[in-house]
Write a protein that binds this ligand. Sequence first.
Ligand code: NAD
Length: 243
Amino acid sequence: MIDAAIKILKETSSLLVITGAGISAESGVPTFRGKDGLWQNYRAEDLATPWAFERDPETVWRWYDWRRGIIKNAEPNKGHIAIKELEELYEKFFLITQNVDGLHERTGVKNMIEIHGNLWRVRCTRENKTFVLPDVPLKEIPPRCSCGALVRPDVVWFGESIPVELMNKAYSILESYETLIVAGTSGVVYPVASFPTFMKSKGGKVIEINLEKTPISSIADISIIGKTGDILPEVVEGLKKIF
Ligand code: NAD
């Protein structure tokens, strides 16, 4: 399977990678779905929707604080680093991550978008201006903007739309890239879940890496079952021998 993926990648001149929570699992950051996923113990509707924040902003804020606490002590893993190495191998490379943990950015990868936001960034609920959360204890939870309105995490919650400029960017990349690697995503959160089908419909190739079969597996050219932290470095090593 890995050899077949390397064969496709060898013939590719433009590479798009999409990642989900699975790529950060080996850094100790819990996923939402899958084995040990957060939704085994929590309900998305209670914590990751605009209605949850309206009803109980403090609980939602504290849940994000708990997640920030985990991520603060996490490091990018071999999978994140391999993706940065892929960027160095391809002249035309782009990463679309659904992750909000900022771990890709910490590898130095340049051509990327965080399509669901970043949980270190916060946003005023009235003025929509964004700022980076200061690393100091807060006087009030959730904090308030200087205008008096509550501040929320600058992430895309269930029931919200991805900002239009990010969607436009994602579709223009999908249009013009030949091959897609989908790594560590359950393939059920839209619209990103539809990107592999879009890639196939225009004649591109799709390579999936996941611990288990997903809805993407049946349309992927190659579906590799395994950890992204094991498979991606192997793929990069294989490519380095050829390039
Ligand atoms: P998900 O939680 O729905 O699915 C995770 C997927 O990763 C599962 O299919 C699982 O089988 C797979 N997986 C787990 N460990 C893996 C590993 N080591 N190697 C390969 N695959 C592995 O995640 P999703 O598809 O990204 O979608 C849900 C939403 O979750 C996204 O919007 C994202 O913002 C959010 N999320 C992000 C983080 C993060 O930033 N680290 C964490 C949890 C959830």
